[in-house]
Design a protein around this ligand. Structure first.
Ligand SMILES: O=C(O)COP(=O)(O)O
Ligand SMILES: [Mg+2]
Length: 224
């Protein structure tokens, strides 16, 4: 592996490290079923992922019937989060090469962080099941702070918790790129995730098609 010119690297989770859409779809469809609504297809769910659980459920409800508001929505959200937590017991697959590449970066002394819009409780449970928890020295979910991606302070908090220094972001959608730009750090985009727009239009510094290409991509990034 070529030298990694960053002290810390921060990762998005869904669509970057794990192909979580099938689990998310299962949880969402169980919730929709409880509300006597029709299930959504996987592609539809993928087009709704990326802005956190509240936005996800709102989009799913809008696509399947009348909007819910106030306590009705809060009740549905509470139920969705419980089901989502349960469904995270059998997590979907890590993308190929993720564990090995993260371990290699860690062995090389790079501090690793996670900045996801998924709720923190579910994120930590998933990391535990996937055996990745020990690799991440800082984890921020979508409900850890009062702000979340695309707000750069979400990413900034993770970088600060990792101890600062030269940092890079790795993600799959516009929120990741925007958070990185706001935080003033360079960004690698993966092309296999849930970008919701052509990956070339995300505005990332480098795009990779395979996670194991990350170390080489980091070496090509501009230094912040
Ligand atoms: O839960 C979401 O909406 C997406 O999560 P991500 O930030 O890990 O892609
Ligand atoms: Mg993502």
């Amino acid at each position: 592996m070529s030298p990694v010119p960053f002290e810390c690297v921060v990762f998005d989770l869904d669509g970057t490290l794990i192909d979580s859409a099938p689990d998310i779809a299962r949880a969402l469809n169980r919730t929709l079923g409880d509300l006597a609504r029709a299930p959504l297809g996987l592609d539809q769910v993928i087009s709704m992922v990326g802005d956190g659980s509240t936005a996800l459920l709102r989009r799913a409800l809008l696509a399947t019937g009348p909007e819910l508001a106030g306590p009705e929505f809060q009740d549905a959200l509470g139920r969705f989060l419980d089901v989502y937590y349960e469904e995270s017991e059998n997590p979907s697959c890590l993308y190929p090469g993720v564990t090995e590449t993260l371990a290699e970066l860690s062995v090389r002394g790079v501090a690793l962080g996670l900045c996801t819009n998924k709720p923190e409780r579910i994120t930590r449970r998933l990391l535990g099941f996937l055996g990745l928890e020990a690799l991440f020295a800082a984890v921020a979910g979508g409900d850890t702070l009062p702000v979340k991606k695309p707000d750069g302070r979400h990413l900034g908090w993770v970088i600060e918790t990792l101890g600062g220094g030269r940092a890079a972001m790795v993600g799959d959608n516009a929120n990741d790129v925007q958070a990185a730009r706001s935080a003033g750090v360079p960004v690698v985009a993966v092309s296999y995730g849930y970008p919701r727009m052509p990956v070339g239009e995300l505005g990332a510094d480098v795009v990779i098609d395979r996670f194991p290409d990350l170390p080489e991509a980091l070496a090509r990034l501009p230094r912040a």
